[in-house]
Write a protein that binds this ligand. Structure first.
Ligand SMILES: [Fe+2]
Ligand SMILES: [Fe+2]
Length: 332
């Protein structure tokens, strides 16, 4: 099969069209039921999204333990998504303020709406976590995730300087495209198997994030593609390091989930070391890598890697990435 036939064409939508459709879904966003108690008999996210699913030890957990692991991982996802949504906002605002030449009205509108939507999403994730575990989230928005303070400070400083650190827009694109895959997999579960509020929020999040991914693509065009080869190489290195260290392998937060699980299920204590060891090995599993980043789960990110030679090095970080040179996508 010719390479051009292997992948569907990926299109970048014009900003005018994105701006015209900004308010299309606004009226459905306040309809979530945060009053009815959560249903703990169901998955909160699709099990294939959880790292331990790819470890042999997962099969040694009982159905109840697997479900509880799934629910704790979903709480962790909500904390992480909220953290990155609030972290991206300064970079988007900085992009807007630093725009030279001045951003078009369409881009300004898209970015302002993007910021408003991410603030709203953050409220959803936090409400969802409080509904799921009222005691755990009574005092803090972050009960599971513990990100190193220095790392947070560094990320916040870099996101405020998109002219130097344009790799933040690559991070945004990769994470937001991954969030589409998270939503898609949750939506594909049989409806009776997934908690209805999680399903509703992931479904609504999908419709906003489809647009955000397109905006990220426009930001990469403006802040990355137009830069010198040296700046692009510098940012490509930073992006590779970020994926290798933070956005591919299960990190400290995934270990914290295991610790919460073992606290709740002390019968799992004898398996604790085995679970943590196998969790650490999951990042080399081909199924896990495919779920995290691949032409199926992150097609726009991979198509853009193809376009920039300095991004072809990503094949040494992501098993599922092999550069495809010569495949032309609209706008790539
Ligand atoms: Fe979001
Ligand atoms: Fe987003």
């Amino acid at each position: 099969m010719a390479l051009a036939d292997a992948q569907p064409t990926i299109r970048r939508r014009p900003l005018e069209r994105l701006a015209r459709r900004l308010h299309q879904y606004d009226e459905v966003k306040h309809a979530f039921d945060f009053a009815t108690p959560i249903d703990r008999s169901r998955w909160y996210v699709c099990p294939t999204l959880t790292p331990l699913y790819y470890a042999p030890v997962y099969a040694e957990l009982t159905k109840l333990q697997q479900r509880r692991y799934n629910q704790l991982t979903a709480l962790c996802f909500s904390e992480l998504i909220a953290f990155f949504e609030t972290t991206f906002i300064p970079s988007v605002l900085a992009a807007l303020a630093a725009s030279r030449p001045a951003a078009s009205d369409d881009l300004v509108q898209c970015l302002q709406h993007f910021v408003m939507e991410e603030q709203e999403h953050t409220r959803w994730w936090r409400q969802l976590n409080r509904l799921s575990e009222p005691d755990l989230y009574a005092k803090s928005e972050n009960a599971i995730v513990r990100l190193p303070a220095f790392g947070q400070l560094l990320l916040r400083q870099m996101t405020k300087r998109p002219n130097w650190f344009s790799f933040v827009f690559w991070v945004m694109l990769a994470l937001e495209e991954r969030s589409l895959e998270i939503s898609r997999r949750c939506i594909q579960l049989p409806t009776e198997e997934i908690e209805p509020r999680y399903l509703a929020i992931y479904r609504t999040h999908l419709s906003d994030e489809v647009r955000h991914v397109q905006i990220d693509w426009h930001l990469i065009e403006r802040y990355y593609a137009a830069r010198s080869a040296t700046m692009r190489e510098f940012n490509a290195r930073l992006f590779r390091q970020a994926i290798r260290s933070f956005f591919l392998p299960p990190t400290r937060s995934a270990v914290c989930v295991i610790e919460h699980l073992i606290n709740e299920c002390p019968e799992l204590k004898p398996l604790s070391n085995k679970i943590k060891q196998q969790l650490g090995e999951v990042s080399t599993d081909s199924g896990y890598q495919q779920m995290m980043y691949s032409r199926e789960s992150t097609p726009i990110t991979f198509a853009l890697f193809d376009r920039f030679p300095e991004m072809h090095q990503m094949r040494y970080v992501l098993q599922s990435y092999q550069p495809q040179v010569g495949v032309q996508h609209d706008g790539c």
